[in-house]
Design a protein around this ligand. Sequence first.
Ligand SMILES: N[C@@H](CCC(=O)N[C@@H](CS)C(=O)NCC(=O)O)C(=O)O
Length: 247
Amino acid sequence: MMRANGAICRPSIKTAFTRMGTTDYTLSMTLKLYAHPFSSYCQKALIAFEENGTPFELAMLETGSAASAECSRLWPLNRFPVLEDGGRVVPEATIIIEYLATHYPGPVSLIPTDLDAALNVRLLDRFFDNYVMTPQGNIVFESLRPADKRDPYGVEQAQALLDKAYLWLDARMADRVWASGEAFSLADCAAAPALLYADWTYPIPPSLTNVHAYRTRLLQRPSYALVLDRARPYRHFFPLGAPTDRD
Ligand SMILES: N[C@@H](CCC(=O)N[C@@H](CS)C(=O)NCC(=O)O)C(=O)O
């Protein structure tokens, strides 16, 4: 089976099937993920697959590819990642992670079973998507606009939102290892690519040491370290220029 960046992932398959109580590796794969390794929302979903060694087939999204056309047909909003499971279409990174937790649970539970704890995880997931990933993306998209379509006020607003989000997160992470509760969760899947790219786009102030320490922990988490390594060959895609000496 091919995975992100064309890597063959036999150990993951073997591990997952062993967990399922069988050594029959010929079982068919049903999970197909339409994704690109450098996309932040795809990375968010990919972390969940790696956390549990969940086998899947990567449908690599490249300009003009059959996979891209199929992905647009499945989800005409043209956003990715999109998961297909035996004809069922599951868009949105958060929903993909929830879907895996429901239908393909593994040893790492990314959504707590306690309902209040789960609400908190979902709140933090919304925080990273809406108040970190979204303004970060807005700043990057500005750099791709034609000169006569620029929106400096929109950039100021995005930066102001990131300022508030960074400050809030720094206070929150003063006494936490992961974003919500003791365990790594859906919220941390959202946080990892959000904070990776946010710092490249609009640097987190050095004084916010709790955010920096949390970002470092995320980058060192084995699941994300793997996802990040598979995205490395595409760093030249980053419109503002990716750092070459770190991360
Ligand atoms: N809310 C969606 C957002 C997905 C999204 O915006 N993905 C980006 C890639 S990181 C995308 O599809 N970009 C294509 C485009 O904007 O046309 C999610 O959580 O999955």
